[in-house]
Ligand binder design. Structure first.
Ligand SMILES: *[C@@H]1O[C@H](CO)[C@@H](O)[C@H](O)[C@H]1NC(C)=O
Length: 603
């Protein structure tokens, strides 16, 4: 790390410190007449000062329902800011408040202080977010602020999910993005669910800051800190932790539905850093296409350029892995490999994929969470830290002969893929959509008239195959990881697997193309970035300079995909077969994906 970066970080830390003092002074003010948030949960909260946000009749009205702003599992340990904050509060009280507090009438001065703080907060623009309006985007989308008026006028509810895991430098900017979104969508139209997953850095202080900001702005939230599922990171199975974190963050979504009959229109998972307009545009893409999921694209720094980074979870519509292309690559060498996707990527248009996550992504809960889909992961991983080599799946234990194994047990070539929880989620979306289509079109019967003998024959062939190739090649591309994940892999490590053999035996008995396709897509104009990325340069790389003759978005034409492909018959399965946390080694194989078989297995 260079000196200048370190100096910049220090300056940032200093400003955060000052800001926290300011906010805490307002929040933890004892007996303040304008103190908007009572720490006594039974006391009726006063309305008034925050009229700015109080709109009667709103379901998510934090003034009326205090359970809408909840902090769970606060970490009360002292941190490096504790003394600073305590002294700051005392100092502020002694110098600026105490001398002027004479009677109730002077409380308007307190009110003024809160208004001033609100003003400061609303202009909170983060360190990166401030740049957003200046970044070049195709079709001049940044120049037309009213492009989102229609969406905003519809007054829908949005659920924002954030998982924080020792990543404090993003949190302030993510907060800025939330503030910007709340300005546009309305504070009582969003709910923020922030899960602090056993962070060990200054995230705690930053979640305090987030809490303060959300309270002052009247944004409903649940900020929750939980310990890791597996205390020893080396003994953790990352995909399982990933699923666990996501499901915890979604708890308020389900509670608000079951207890208050509130349904959210879209769920926005904030990851890394994404500009507010890009998020709004992605929501528009999601709505125009009735998409189950729309992802942005992740770009991380790699030497002196930026590369597409979420290759662990992203698969094109043919099931192939994306290329780790630099942002400056020619359009035909861009990340998606499939022809259709590549062509649309080259025009900066949304394209269909088999699976994605790629930073910030927008999920339609009506097509997923509200239908009972939750995040999950494979269970027959090998516990490398356990002396007995047990796995999460008792069957696998038996197979491996617990107590005797010295290495990862063999798994059948057709065994389920032990990949990311997002990859499981995507497959669930495909299968669920197919099921929905069958219910509606009642062609289920036709599918049932399927040759069971042929299926059995194929299974036998699979087993034969396994016996013939016991060892699996080590993937030179392994450990590319998710985007923490932005781990550079060696140049040229872009492995290609041979396509599934197109013999009669490997053809699916019922092709995936007969089922209704899941609508999962990538909006390449939604750029998600990580530390050290020059946003200006990245935007220029990706989209070139904005031209004066760039026309504004022509209606929804630039958003909508006309033809939807069926699921690929196979995909590149990049799996973590053993414990060892996020960085556990990954192996790779190509695996068949049969929606028909998935449906049969589940009924
Ligand atoms: C692996 O085994 C260790 C030791 O028995 C245990 O503490 C840990 O929770 C296991 N990990 C998983 C992911 O099951």
């Amino acid at each position: 790390m260079t000196l200048s970066i370190r100096r910049r970080s220090l300056t940032r830390l200093f400003f955060v410190g000052i800001f926290i003092i300011l906010v805490k002074v307002f929040l933890y003010w004892p007996n303040s007449s304008v103190y908007p948030y009572s720490r006594d949960p039974y006391q009726i909260r006063e309305a008034g000062v925050l009229d700015l946000v109080a709109r009667s009749g709103k379901a998510l009205d934090v003034q009326r329902h205090k359970f809408l702003q909840v902090r769970m599992g606060r970490d009360d340990r002292e941190d490096i800011f504790s003394d600073l904050v305590k002294e700051g509060v005392q100092d502020f009280w002694d110098k600026y408040q105490k001398p002027y507090i004479v009677n109730a009438e002077t409380s308007n001065m307190d009110a003024q202080s809160v208004y001033t703080a609100l003003d400061t907060l609303l202009s909170l623009n983060g360190w990166v977010a401030a740049l957003c309006p200046t970044l070049t985007r195709p079709f001049a989308q940044n120049k037309y602020e009213d492009a989102y008026d229609d969406l905003i006028a519809q007054n829908h509810l949005y659920f924002i999910g954030i998982i924080v895991h020792s990543a404090d430098h993003f949190l302030t900017d993510q907060l800025a993005v939330i503030v910007q979104l709340s300005k546009r969508l309305g504070p009582s139209n969003i709910f923020v669910s922030m899960l602090d997953y056993s962070s060990s850095d200054s995230t705690e202080t930053l979640t305090d800051l987030a809490e303060a900001v959300l309270i002052l702005l009247g944004i409903p939230f649940r900020i929750r800190r939980v310990p890791a599922m597996t205390a020893d990171p080396e003994a953790a199975y990352y995909p399982l932790e990933e699923a666990h974190m996501r499901n915890l963050a979604l708890e308020p979504l389900h509670e608000l539905q079951s207890r208050r009959n509130l349904k959210f229109y879209r769920v926005i998972w904030l990851k890394g850093f994404t500009c507010p307009n890009d998020i709004l545009e992605t929501i528009k893409v999601s709505v125009a296409n009735e998409a189950a999921m729309v992802c942005g694209m992740d770009w991380a720094k790699h030497n002196d350029f930026f590369i597409f980074s979420d290759r662990w979870r992203t698969r094109d519509i043919l099931g192939d892995q994306f290329r780790q292309s630099p942002s400056s690559s020619t359009p035909d060498a861009g990340p998606p490999r499939d022809k259709l996707g590549a062509a649309r990527y080259a025009q900066h248009l949304p394209f269909q994929v088999f699976c994605c996550e790629s930073g910030t992504h927008v999920v339609d809960p009506a097509q997923s969470y509200y239908q009972g889909i939750s995040y999950r992961a494979g269970t027959d991983y090998w516990n490398a830290t356990d002396s007995e080599g047990r796995s999460g799946d008792p069957d696998a234990n038996r197979r491996a002969g617990a107590g005797q194994s010295t290495g990862a047990p063999e798994r059948a070539g057709s065994a389920p893929c032990l990949d990311s929880s997002q990859a499981w989620f995507c497959r669930d979306l495909w299968v669920n959509k197919a099921k929905e289509g069958m219910k509606e079109e009642e062609f289920g019967d036709a599918i049932e008239v399927n040759n069971a003998k042929r299926l059995r024959k194929r299974e036998a062939a699979d087993e034969e195959n396994d016996r013939r190739q016991p060892g699996r090649e080590v993937d030179p591309d392994a450990n590319v990881g998710s985007d923490y994940d932005a781990m550079p892999d060696s140049e040229g490590g872009d492995s290609e697997l041979p396509p599934l053999e197109d013999t009669d035996d490997s053809r699916l008995s019922v092709p995936n193309s007969v089922f209704r396709p899941a609508r999962i897509m990538i909006n390449p104009r939604c750029v998600t970035t990580y530390a050290d990325v020059s946003h200006t340069q990245l935007a220029l790389d990706l989209f070139g300079p904005e031209r004066d003759n760039d026309s504004p978005l022509e209606g929804v034409g630039k958003y909508v995909l006309e033809d939807w492909e069926g699921a690929p018959e196979g995909f590149v399965c990049q799996e973590q077969r053993q414990t060892g946390g996020r960085k556990a080694p990954k192996t790779q194989r190509r695996l068949e994906f049969s929606i028909h078989e998935e449906l049969e297995r589940r009924t």
